[in-house]
Design a protein around this ligand. Structure first.
Ligand SMILES: O=C[C@H](O)[C@H](O)[C@H](O)COP(=O)(O)O
Length: 237
């Protein structure tokens, strides 16, 4: 049974990713390539289309070292944000998606580059399986917060003072988890978040907090897949 639901989720991640690439990546575009297992299906779809001779002139900015390695392995042309400071569209995954298309990201630690790339994109398409949908951010997932190693324990205290249960992220071997930038991640469980804007502002104002995983306004579109198939939703205006 557990196996069935895991393979259902993989099927849905893939279906959402492929539908999004087919619909939103167009010839000649400069695109953002997201991170995580759902976004990896999108990168693989782009590579498969290239093998069919389609989208050969699409080039991408990877949002993590892992995505960069995958894209290189698959022969996808890569560019940098310095070469192309504005991107046409980014397709990326999420950990939790609220009805207004605000999302939590960073479960894989790529939140900083993902937010930079999302904010540099005209359109940001979130791809997800239905298990990621949530009535309110924080219901199912903690908010990852990337902090400088210098003074990280005072950031932990600060986040606890904002009501979070804070778990410093570690690797399987017990060593601290470090992001692509060499920073630490504090996973902050607030439960359902009543005032995400206020929380985001408090974190943004704190020196030592490099970025947080609340993406409140970046997503313009959601492509979600579940038992009823693939559905596209635009951000409510
Ligand atoms: O840091 C990781 C990213 O924000 C991912 O897009 C997010 O964690 C979702 O990952 P997955 O598609 O593997 O569930």
């Amino acid at each position: 049974m557990e196996h069935d639901s895991a393979s259902r989720t993989e099927h849905d991640k893939r279906a959402a990713a492929e539908a999004a690439v087919d619909r939103f990546f167009l010839p000649g575009m400069c695109v953002g390539l997201g991170s995580g297992s759902t976004a990896a299906f999108a990168v693989r779809r782009l590579a498969a289309l290239r093998e069919q001779g389609r989208l050969l002139d699409v080039s991408g900015v990877p949002t993590s070292r892992a995505t960069e390695a995958l894209a290189r392995e698959l022969g996808i042309p890569l560019i940098t944000l310095d070469e192309h400071p504005t991107l046409d569209v980014t397709i990326d995954g999420a950990d939790e998606v609220a009805p207004d298309l605000s999302v939590i990201k960073g479960g894989g630690g790529a939140l900083l580059r993902e937010k930079i790339v999302a904010q540099a994109s005209r359109r940001v398409v979130i791809i997800a399986d239905v298990t990621k949908l949530s009535p309110r951010l924080g219901t199912h997932w903690p908010v990852p917060v990337e902090v400088l190693p210098f003074g990280w324990r005072s950031q932990q205290q600060f986040l606890e003072s904002l009501g979070a249960r804070v778990v410093p992220r570690v690797r399987e071997n017990g060593m601290p988890y470090l992001t692509d930038q060499g920073n630490r991640v504090l996973d902050c469980a607030w439960g359902p978040i009543d005032a995400p804007d206020a929380l985001a502002s408090r974190m943004a104002a704190r020196a030592g907090i490099v970025e947080h995983g609340l993406f409140l306004r970046e997503a313009t579109d959601l492509v979600v897949a579940g038992p009823r198939g693939v559905e596209h939703r635009a951000r409510p205006s």
